[in-house]
Design a protein around this ligand. Structure first.
Ligand code: ADP
Length: 150
């Protein structure tokens, strides 16, 4: 990198680092679980977004704002399933473990969301299997790692 400005190195790093390297565990619940249990799961796992599955396939996502909206509506949280309040497929933005961190970060910013599910790229036409997630926190962490030369 002797003749390159230092931002070129950051550019290469974000382009060459795969999602696989920075993804973390996705928290998944079934679409027939109650909103109340979803909120408890959110707190217990210290996460901001839950992914929703049906038969092991991704069907939706539920975030903090979705839960807040439902709670403000005043209905019984023990009687509403996640399937009712989630953002559903095909509107879920996702990534794969082979995509670059740069591509994933761009999707997060373009769609104004906090995280993306990482799906198995051998997933077939009848659905995607979630193998992890990548969030703004993971992406910030790789910048810290880079500064600390890890
Ligand atoms: P928060 O609600 O904590 O601010 P987000 O900004 O990620 O979290 O969520 C905003 C909205 O986008 C919510 O309605 C949520 O269901 C939806 N959402 C979250 N993740 C995704 C995703 N990967 N693809 C599509 N929609 C998503």
């Amino acid at each position: 990198y002797a003749n390159k400005p230092s931002y070129s190195m950051l550019y290469d790093y974000l382009n060459e680092t795969k999602v696989e390297k920075v993804m973390t565990k996705a928290i998944l619940l079934n679409e027939d679980e109650w909103v109340y249990d979803g909120i408890v799961t959110l707190f217990l796992n210290d996460t901001g977004t839950l992914y929703v599955e049906n038969d092991g396939k991704l069907v939706g996502a539920v975030s903090r704002k979705d839960f807040l909206k439902t709670a403000m509506g005043g209905s019984d949280l023990h009687k509403i399933p996640l399937g009712i309040i989630m953002t559903r497929m095909p509107n879920i933005v996702y990534t794969t473990k082979e995509q670059s961190v740069y591509e994933a970060a761009k999707k997060i910013i373009e769609h104004e969301i906090d995280s993306l599910p990482v799906i198995d790229n051998s997933s077939d036409s009848d659905g995607f299997r979630v193998i992890g997630k990548i969030s703004k926190t993971n992406i910030t962490k790789i910048l810290i790692d880079l500064c600390e030369k890890k």
